[in-house]
Ligand binder design. Structure first.
Ligand code: FES
Length: 238
C-alpha cells in the first residue's frame, strides 16, 4: 500500500517540467542585449550577474526560462546559474510588484525604528516578507544593511533611498505608490518600476534626471567634520 493510499490524500512531488523557452521575438531581443553585456567582459561567465538582472527585467523575477537563457549565453549549466541566482537576494524567485519595498531591519535601523516600520507595513499592506499586494503594486521585504545607516531607519523602493522613515511616512509612501502618484526618493533619481530598475542594474544607461548626480549629505559628513574640527579648532586651516 502506498502512503498516498494509506493517508487518502494526494502526494505532490512538485516535480517540474523543463521551462518553456522565450517566444522567438523575446528571445531574439534578449540575445542582442545579452551579446552586448557579454562583450563587456574578458570571459563570458563574468557577465552572469548582469545577465540575471536582464532576465529579471523581462519577467520581474528570475524564472527557469531565464536561468536556461543565462546558462546558454555564458556556457554554464543551469545548476551553476541557479546556484548564483539563489545566493544573491537581489534576484527574486517569485513574481515581483512594480515597487519592491525593502525595509532595513539590520541592527541600527531596527533599533531606530526599522522593525516598527516593517511591522506597520506588514499590517497595513496585509502581506509578509517576499509577498506582493493583490494589485501587483508592492512587494515587501525586510532587507539587510544598505550602507545608509547614517540616515537610519531607511527604506528602499526599487533600491532608491527613503531616509529617516517612520511607520506613518512608510505607510504614506506605499499608499501613494499604490494610487499611482509620483513619489520622490529622499535622494537620487526619480523612481522607475522594478523591471526598469533591473534593466539599469544589467548595465544599460540610466537616463533618469539626476541619476548620476549627488553628493554626501550632512549626516554622512558629520564624522569627517568632527575630525576636522578636532584637528583645526579655529577652522582656518594650517
Ligand atoms: S543598518 Fe540600515 S542601512 Fe545600515
Amino acid at each position: 500500500m502506498t502512503s498516498e493510499q494509506s493517508s487518502g490524500t494526494a502526494i505532490l512531488l512538485q516535480l517540474t517540467t523543463r521551462p518553456e523557452p522565450y517566444p522567438p521575438h523575446v528571445r531574439s531581443r534578449l540575445e542582442v542585449d545579452a551579446k552586448d553585456i557579454v562583450a563587456r567582459y574578458p570571459h563570458p561567465r563574468s557577465a552572469l550577474l548582469p545577465l540575471l538582472h536582464l532576465v529579471q527585467a523581462e519577467e520581474g523575477y528570475v524564472t527557469g526560462t531565464g536561468i536556461d537563457f543565462c546558462a546558454e549565453q555564458v556556457g554554464l549549466t543551469a545548476a551553476e546559474v541557479t546556484a548564483v541566482a539563489t545566493f544573491y537576494s537581489m534576484y527574486r524567485r517569485t513574481p515581483t510588484g512594480d515597487y519592491h519595498v525593502g525595509v532595513c531591519t539590520n541592527a541600527l535601523c531596527a533599533v531606530l525604528g526599522g522593525d516598527a516600520i516593517y511591522a506597520a507595513l506588514q499590517q497595513h499592506l496585509g502581506i509578509g516578507h517576499g509577498e506582493t499586494t493583490p494589485d501587483g503594486a508592492i512587494t515587501l521585504e525586510h532587507v539587510e544593511c544598505n550602507a545608509a545607516c547614517d540616515y537610519a531607519p531607511v527604506m528602499m523602493v526599487n533600491w532608491e533611498f527613503f531616509d529617516n522613515q517612520t511607520p506613518d511616512s512608510a505607510r504614506e509612501i506605499t499608499d501613494a505608490l499604490r494610487a499611482g502618484h509620483r513619489v520622490r526618493p529622499t535622494r537620487g533619481a526619480p523612481l522607475c518600476t522594478f523591471r526598469e530598475t533591473a534593466r539599469i542594474l544589467a548595465g544599460f544607461p540610466d537616463e533618469r534626471p539626476g541619476a548620476n548626480d549627488g553628493a554626501p549629505g550632512p549626516a554622512t559628513l558629520a564624522g569627517l567634520d568632527a575630525a576636522a574640527a578636532e584637528h583645526d579648532p579655529t577652522g582656518e586651516g594650517a
